[in-house]
Design a protein around this ligand. Sequence first.
Ligand code: ADP
Ligand code: MG
Length: 335
Amino acid sequence: MFDSSDGGVRIELRELTKRYPGQSAPAVDAISLDVPAGELVVFVGPSGCGKTTTMKMVNRLIEPTSGGVSIGGEDVLRMRPDDLRRHVGYVIQQIGLFPHLTIAQNIAVVPKLLGWSKTKITDRVDELLGLVGLDAGQFRSRYPRQLSGGQQQRVGVARALAADPPVMLMDEPFGATDPITRERLQNEFLRLQRELRKTIIFVTHDFEEAIRLGDRIAVLREGSHIAQYDRPARILGAPADDYVAGFIGTASTLKRLALITVEDAFPADGDPAPAGLPEVDAGATLREALDAMVAHGTEEVAAVSGDTRHRLTYHDVCQAIHRDGQDQEVEPSGR
Ligand code: ADP
Ligand code: MG
């Protein structure tokens, strides 16, 4: 459908606008932006700012009120919507696997619509399961409810890739997982994208995720207004305004987790850790401590140093970041 022989297709949004009935302000207000061929562009912004609406206008799950979208130079509004959607991979916010279909059947939905042969479909399903790190023999015949959240999200990505579309739209695709699984999925996905070089619009409200994944980032405010659209390093180095700087602030708070050690965080007058808590080394970072808490579903860990075991709680971690943040409040502002 789209000519991607030159290595991917470009997406262009022109004054794209959506006005929902009965609302005074448009949900998406004349956004114009180019997504270069083969790049992953992240839309990041708070909940309700119009990310999903913008994305759904690209594959016409939502019809624009005005403005236009083109993919590979072709006007999307002139294509048949079902035709369009078969050529644009889509990973939705809530995973959205069909519960009554097996994993293989879920992945095969679009290839089947495209009339592929049975053998071609089977081969492709197995290839994709391998690609997203799931053993085909083990997972092919299972149902979605028999998979963990992270595994289901991998299947969601596999399904979107099934017919090898040049364009992918991904709406908070890793949102429903814990931080460790999310980071693993992000890393795997990055590795995949380095090979596949799809043109991707990726929506998230998580600025850290945007920095990690994006070739470019569009920081959006209410109405899908672009506060800044640039490469991650430029956004970090030269935020356009206080709004953008605010997002960076949230990310650097999290980065502090990797800089503070566990032994700097437990209170001097704290308790010895009771038996049975997950253990982390006193020299480990708070990031690792937090990971251990998440992995074990507890809000405390035992920080082990030689024979002593200190109790470190989630509250202690928050306190330590906050304390450390105030020490560092001399960071460049000048805005
Ligand atoms: P995001 O994905 O950034 O959280 P959305 O695009 O889902 O934001 O929503 C943008 C705005 O449009 C919100 O104020 C939301 O309440 C509104 N909205 C979304 N869908 C509809 C709808 N079907 N009808 C009316 N308003 C909607
Ligand atoms: Mg959304």
